[in-house]
Design a protein around this ligand. Structure first.
Ligand SMILES: [Cu+2]
Length: 117
């Protein structure tokens, strides 16, 4: 009898611990979703799409090159992807608020603006 009662009380403890973990994990997922979004800029047809993007500080921006030749996303002194090969991508997480004009150094007419709030 004492052994079965011990087993049942340890099951309650395990269940409570599992419930607590669920709450902590759900809160973490929610926090990362709300505060650190991921944004995508597609490089296609020698254009950035969207050409103007606004993100929050701490968000991640991913440039994906869908053209069959390399591009860069370069805001001098702020960020520089260097050459992103065809089919590849590059990520940047801006920390400082500002309006950053950037270009592809290989195609100077290819321009974008990243606004960080
Ligand atoms: Cu380019």
């Amino acid at each position: 009898m004492p052994s079965s009662s011990r087993a049942s009380s340890s099951r309650v403890v395990r269940t409570r611990a599992a419930a607590l973990w669920f709450v902590v994990a759900a809160g973490f997922v929610c926090a990362t979703t709300v505060h650190a979004a991921e944004h995508t800029v597609v490089m296609d047809g020698v254009k950035f799409e969207p050409a103007a993007l606004t993100v929050s500080s701490g968000d991640t921006v991913v440039w994906i090159n869908k053209d069959p030749f390399p591009h860069t996303a370069t805001a001098r002194g702020v960020f520089d992807s260097h050459e992103i090969a065809a089919g590849k991508s590059w990520k940047f997480t801006p920390g400082k608020a500002g309006v950053y004009e950037y270009v592809c150094t290989l195609h100077p007419g290819m321009k974008g603006t990243l606004t960080v709030k």
